[in-house]
Design a binder for this molecule. Structure first.
Ligand code: SAM
Length: 303
């Protein structure tokens, strides 16, 4: 088995050499994990926008742990009311790209999420999306606790995690996803034969890009809901809510414009709003919330 430092070195090398390599205007190799088709656009954007609801509107410093290049416009909104966004990442390329996006609004730090190089209570808010499950499994609890340590009293944190194979709903969808994928391949063969265009979202891609996109992925380890509750459920105002119920594989295989995909996704979004705890627990991507109490204020329950 690989040790912790080996895993981290591999993750860092992956992102420096491939993950954050641009393959189009503002598009990275890492974007292959997202469904970029117009039919899913509204749903995935609204899911990203959800995060902002659980962060303070303004403050001095917000930490973006494992910021990457701040890939999407919705991400930029999280720090709109803050003096600075502190982007921390183990990939230098990620931070160079992030600097291009947010310039002086950002402060850029190469570091490890499981061992933050910041003093306690330095941040008014903290956010981390799709990072903790790329940390070695034994470091993941430390990453949550480090986030808590650096929050100032009254500060709030949002972590997007993935249940991976522990997501019951995505397990149920496994066979339909396989069948949908198979049907799509047959259709594409029939329609285009050998000259099948290579696409990412709606854009055609060349062979060089295809090679980049088909590189093996990198280390990830997803704990389940019980692990999370046991290890970090004691954090103040800890809560798990839905960020996004379905995986990109589900979207690509089963959601299509011709079958009213956009409307099904609107319905799904509404269900996530109505049943955030249920879908947060059983769907693909939970949003993990916690706060540092400030002793004075009694905060209202989250909606
Ligand atoms: C899947 S990307 C997510 C990037 C961004 N948060 C987003 O949602 O687009 C994971 C990011 O976490 C960074 N990362 C992985 N392990 C890390 C660690 N131990 N400490 C800090 N950053 C890490 C990677 O370099 C990469 O930029």
């Amino acid at each position: 088995m690989k040790d912790k430092s080996e895993i981290k070195r591999e993750v860092q090398e992956f992102y420096d050499q491939y993950g954050w390599k641009q393959i189009g205007e503002g598009l990275y190799q890492n974007s292959r994990y997202e469904d970029l088709r117009p039919v899913s656009e509204e749903y995935v954007q609204r899911c990203r926008e959800r995060v902002k609801r659980y962060l303070p509107e303004r403050g001095r410093l917000i930490l973006d742990g494992g910021s990457g290049p701040i890939q999407y416009g919705e991400y930029e909104e999280y720090s709109r009311g803050f003096a600075h966004r502190v982007c921390l990442d183990i990939s230098r390329l990620a931070l160079m790209e992030a600097r291009k996006r947010i310039g002086d609004h950002g402060l850029f730090v190469v570091g490890d999420l499981a061992n933050l190089p910041f003093k306690p209570e330095a941040f008014d808010a903290a956010v981390s999306m799709h990072v903790i499950y790329h940390l070695p499994m034994e470091d993941q609890e430390s990453a949550f606790r480090e986030f808590f340590r650096v929050l100032s009293p009254g500060g709030e944190a949002v972590v997007i995690y993935s249940w991976g194979e522990h997501s019951k709903l995505m397990c149920l969808a496994r066979l339909p996803i396989k069948m949908g994928g198979w049907l799509l391949r047959q259709y594409s063969q029939l329609r285009f034969g050998k000259d099948r265009p290579l696409k990412m979202g709606d854009k055609e891609i060349d062979n060089e890009t295809r090679e980049l996109l088909t590189r093996p992925g990198l280390y990830s380890f997803k704990h389940d809901y019980n692990w999370l509750q046991e290890r970090v459920g004691d954090l103040p105002r800890f809560e798990v809510r839905a960020w996004r119920t379905v995986s990109s594989a589900f979207l690509r295989a089963l959601v299509h414009r011709q079958f009213f995909g956009r409307y099904w996704l609107r319905l799904l979004y509404r269900l996530e709003e109505r049943f955030p705890r249920f879908l947060g627990r059983w769907g693909q991507y939970p949003m993990v919330l916690f706060e540092k109490p400030d002793g004075n204020s009694q905060k209202a329950k989250r909606g």
